[in-house]
Design a protein around this ligand. Sequence first.
Ligand code: BG6
Length: 494
Amino acid sequence: MLEAFDFVIFGGAGDLALRKLIPGLYRASREGSLPKDARIIPTCRNTQMVTEYKDKVRAAAEKHLNADEFVVADWDKFAKQIFPVYVDIATKDEHWAALAKLMNDGNNKQRVFYLSTPPSVFSVCCKHLHESGLITNHARVVVEKPLGYDGKSAEEINSQIAEYFREDAIFRIDHYLGKETVQNLLALRFANGMFEQLWDAKSIDHVQITISETVGLEGRASFYDGAGAARDMVQNHILQLLCLVAMESPNKMTADRIRAEKIKVLESLRPLTGNTVKYNTVRGQYVAGEMAGQAVPGYLDELGKQSDTETYVAIRAYVDTARWANVPFYLRTGKRMKQRFAEIVIQYKEAHKVYPESAGYVTPNRLVIRLQPEESIKIIMVSKDLEKHETHLRPVSLNLNFADTYKDFYSDAYKRLMLDAAAGDASLFIHRAEVDAAWGWIDPIIEAWQRPENKPHGYVAGSWGPQASQQLLASDRRRWFSIDEVLSGAEQEW
Ligand code: BG6
């Protein structure tokens, strides 16, 4: 059980706090992992917000939690641990002193400062924490992505925070690392000898990593238009998933060793620069279409102005290590896609052909790791069709569906990561060198996208993205994986 801690959320009434942070802490309280004397201290921008805070946060929790999770008695118990305060981050006044008085009560507890704010105020917030005597030996700071706009701005932000906090007290969050199946990927790889033997260029044909979303701009137009899919999703979530697939064994599951292995992967990514960008990447932007039978506007209509920002990216990447020599990693992410899911597919090489053509297409083995909406691991294998006398082969799936095994379990990445930060466990957080290396790979790609020939392709909202993304794989005689297509036998040899 964790020791008591204070958990301060700057931007306590913001979207992230209401949608993810407070509901995550409530879940922790319900499952008994939030210490009874832990205090949650959200900051508000005025006194009226403080007065209304508990009602507001309760309404948001009812909306964002699953129906059976919100239990009035449990909420009332949890709400007693919330102490909203008024603090204007930018102005060092008596409210900072009041916060210091509340926290510096002689207990010297663990304390976490979660900066759920735009990065532009990180520096001033750290400065005021320091000047108010709030940064003790037990203090940690959690910072949200996006960390910067490019390598240079990320470096500035990291340096500003480093003026006040040691690197081991800085917790850079990437909520994808808190997803249970993402952590399970490490268990799958490093606790199952069977897979570790078959995890390299000798056995694997290629890897696909997809994060497909159905949502559009969701009221975040000004942030999103300045970022785009590469900065919002690829620089962090997708590259982190790639690291976990591609890294070498960390020998020990400690934060330092795991992060050191991930850094090596990021530094081994084959650079995509200048002309190579056009041939290895596809950018897209959605135009008006239909989602679940409802007409939806295009990106530019939602935005209300002209823009070349991409809402879809596909990339062919290579990790230049002996293990992964010439194995393509196909990465893709998009908004307003046909279906919401996140998945990693490890496609094995085709089996040596011994069956006659009449036995049908021998689909290659795949290991399919679903991160969401459901969490599952499947192995696509080939079996004889038992109902046929003559030999006919068909793809079948060996399924490990976590929802069946853990019936009442709600995976909540933010809950997990907030508790880890309170416990001081940095294994699932990003080291400064990872941020640098990830931007080091992404920056030249974004730079090349400024050329006129690299404008985004249009794709219809509710589709599978631009046609050019299918062609990216087809030019390698490969295709994006679809389990329905594979299991129905629709997948054919080239
Ligand atoms: C966030 C991005 O980091 O991740 C959002 O800023 C995106 O644009 C979200 O929608 C996706 O997270 P999840 O967990 O819903 O897949």
